[in-house]
Design a protein around this ligand. Sequence first.
Ligand code: HPA
Length: 295
Amino acid sequence: MAEPALGALPDGVHGAELDRRIAEATEAIGARLSAEPPLGAPRLVIVLGSGLGGVVELLDPEPRLRLPYGDIPYVPAASVAGHAGELVAGTVRGIPTVVLSGRVHSYEGHSHREATLLLRAVLALGVETVVLTNAAGGLDPDYDPGDVMLMTDHINLSGDNPLTGPNLDRFGVRFPPLTDAYDSGLRAGALEAAARTRVSLRQGVYIMLAGPSYETRAEMRMLRLLGGDAVGMSTAHEVIVARHADRRVIGFSLITNKATEDVAAGANHEEVIEMGRLGAERLVTLLGDFLPRLA
Ligand code: HPA
């Protein structure tokens, strides 16, 4: 069947062309990974949010392979400070793993389809488990900067969805369910890891907005009323493509700032990066216990 004219989707690539680009990216990454046999068939992908580059140190020292996003066809370069923009492949105590250090966001001018192209390219290598991380503002008044939150669910208020356009049948169905998108078994494992490592772990609902401006006080009040515990500008679109492809998903938010209506001053990017570093240590500790048990 001919693809419909996509007048409502002027923002770039979709359907067969999107599929072709994902396949080309998969092939380019796969060719590099298979040059290092233990890395050839990754089972785990970890996406890093702002300031979370330290997670790369959880990879075993050898072998490691670094692939700048610019070297992967059709992958937009990440341009925001705090986002390195490279794929790092390695093993976590023997589990072949791909770390996406830096992500592109829709506020950089990309549709969700383009912003998730790289993740889909990696999923197509056979990855089973997707670990997502982000920096977020705390809507729950009890949250403090430096807290780590296990995502129990999300609300996508970004105004976009990566599955718009013709369905890519090789990944999944047209109308994927998102109930229980955040894997309960993985979450139980993360809570156990938190207890073992004595890292305090919040649990809550993440709201994705488009950004890039931070929220007004009225928006913070609204987001809390809607049931959000944390707010950020990423992740939900990645959960959607991962669940579309029926992969197991877990997500962690690093609370970098308060996002409550009575906050003294709003967030700024420097604070987000700085508190990201602080809280990242906790998250790295927790993941250091959690990830090897995924074997
Ligand atoms: N709002 C939206 N995105 C964010 C925030 C915030 O307060 N902090 C970090 N990312």
